[in-house]
Ligand binder design. Sequence first.
Ligand code: ZN
Length: 346
Amino acid sequence: MTGTAPRPPRRSALLRATTAAAVAVPLCTAGWFGWRALDHSGPAGATAAPAASAPAASSPTADPASAPPAPTATDQPGTADPGAPADGTAAPLTPPVAPPPSTTPAAEAPSAPADAAVLTGRTVLLDPGHNPGNSAHTAEINRQVDIGNARKECDTTGTETNAGYTEAEYTLDVSRRARALLAARGATVVLVQDGDRPWGPCVDERARAGADAHADVAVSVHGDGGPANGSGFHVIMPARVVAGKADNAAIVAPSRRLGLLLRDRFHAATGEPYADYIAKDGLDTRSDLGGLNLSTVPKVFIECGNMRNSTDAKRMTDPQWRQQAARGIADALTAFLTTQEKTEER
Ligand SMILES: [Zn+2]
């Protein structure tokens, strides 16, 4: 999930007034069912989640977990060893994964480009929403950060399915799968976090990550925590925000082009319907997300489904569906980087 503003305050407002201690852990589920997650002490085994979220060995394409990060990045903030964040306060971005040799076949066809190296020279930033360890670091993630037009929590825990499959596990798994697909097409892919730091990063750092990585484009991956009777996915595009430290005017138009491509490609790859409980035609525009307000590269968020809905939860816990989700994301990014920017003036 991605914040609170557009959702009806209803129960979360009540909770803020009545259970202040519990609400000290902000969720991205401030809407309908956030209160349920607040009753949890935190997802069981959250700190061990990265291993559990590794894609199934039967994945039809390259196993994302088998693509080791190349510890060569030198232009990231912080100088700590990327593989060994000592205290979680200065862990740098996950180093980019070097593209494989250009002879690697695009095994994920049919939707993959014929030219496996079509993205050579391009850099993509993937932002897996939340962090499996956030629930164990409430003080750190509750710290307020400046998002230009407001102050907001550094990060949130995210939502989870009724069975306890967390959004943070989901976003990391799908992002790793998308990384493998994009790398096979020649792209350099950077993950904001790769399960290699105990919490976060904060939303402002996530926003800066695109520029820090010299990325051409960025996508933030999420799962929503809407009402149980609502289902479907939606894409969130940046509203123009010029306030304080935020000035995203230059990315609004290209981000909209990305958003439309992502809406269409994700739908085609997964069959997931547009959300029926939020957004319109699978698209929303928001000005309350630091990750969009502060980005200087084209960026959108995708809420891949509603984890509180039984049908969506079943899909999102299925590794094969997650591979389809990753393909939809990779296809949209590929299309964005290889097609004319015809819609940007609209
Ligand atoms: Zn989220």
